[in-house]
Design a binder for this molecule. Sequence first.
Ligand SMILES: NC(=O)c1ccc[n+]([C@@H]2O[C@H](COP(=O)([O-])OP(=O)(O)OC[C@H]3O[C@@H](n4cnc5c(N)ncnc54)[C@H](O)[C@@H]3O)[C@@H](O)[C@H]2O)c1
Length: 251
Amino acid sequence: MHYDGIEGKVAIVTGAGGGIGEAYAQGLAGQGAKVVVAEIHKENGERAAEAIRSQGGEACFVHVDVGDPESTTQMAEQVIERYGGIDLLVNNAAIFGDMKLDSLLNVDWDYYQKFMNVNMNGALLCSRACFRSMKERGGGAIVNQSSTAAWMGVGFYGLAKLGINGVTHCLSKELGPQGIRVNAIAPGPTQTEALAKTAGDYVKQMIPQLSLQRLGEPADLVETCLFLLSDGARWLTGQIVNVDGGQITRP
Ligand SMILES: NC(=O)c1ccc[n+]([C@@H]2O[C@H](COP(=O)([O-])OP(=O)(O)OC[C@H]3O[C@@H](n4cnc5c(N)ncnc54)[C@H](O)[C@@H]3O)[C@@H](O)[C@H]2O)c1
């Protein structure tokens, strides 16, 4: 499917060295965007960018730690130097696959702070680094990666995603007047290596909780991301869109 307003645009996808982020990056490249694979894991980031180029798309790898303000500023500077500016940003990066499983009351405090810094503040830091260029180019769009976990009371992972929803809400108000839309996708359990590592056999127990009775695939999320970044969503901002097989439903 074609999505208006993406071709030729410069799109950064954080955490695009694998899993859902890589699927978003591939989808954007398929629409003719110049894609920046922004990743902390150099080898995975380079591989993902090369995979897009080998299919005829335009992509480059930029190293970033989304939890480090200096690193996010450098990411934006490198993208502007290479492609002339930034139009679209997908804040997908998170500590997920190898995260510690612990309760809010017991989690090691240093780990908690590092986790929240990457999983919640990362989206804000990348947005702060990119919005000026978007504004200069006449506007832009941001998609943040939330999770259904935000509404499930599941410790610091869910808390960080609730924070992502809050960042989405607040930034949509702050950036709307500058022509920048900000939305979020809240996926349900989606089959990636990271989910298998974190949730293990528990994943199978989630299936009966989903109206559509199956786990998601990264490809199930891509079109929502493309739509939210496209001109088709030109009057849509500040929304959290569940793409979850019916895991969370509200009357
Ligand atoms: N898979 C699921 O079931 C699921 C469900 C809901 C939400 N999510 C969210 O979707 C996103 C992707 O999940 P995934 O399953 O593809 O996991 P993943 O671990 O494959 O993806 C996360 C990516 O972020 C990168 N990353 C980690 N810390 C970083 C940092 N500080 N700076 C830059 N990059 C960093 C990792 O190297 C990895 O490539 C995450 O935000 C996750 O919380 C996943």
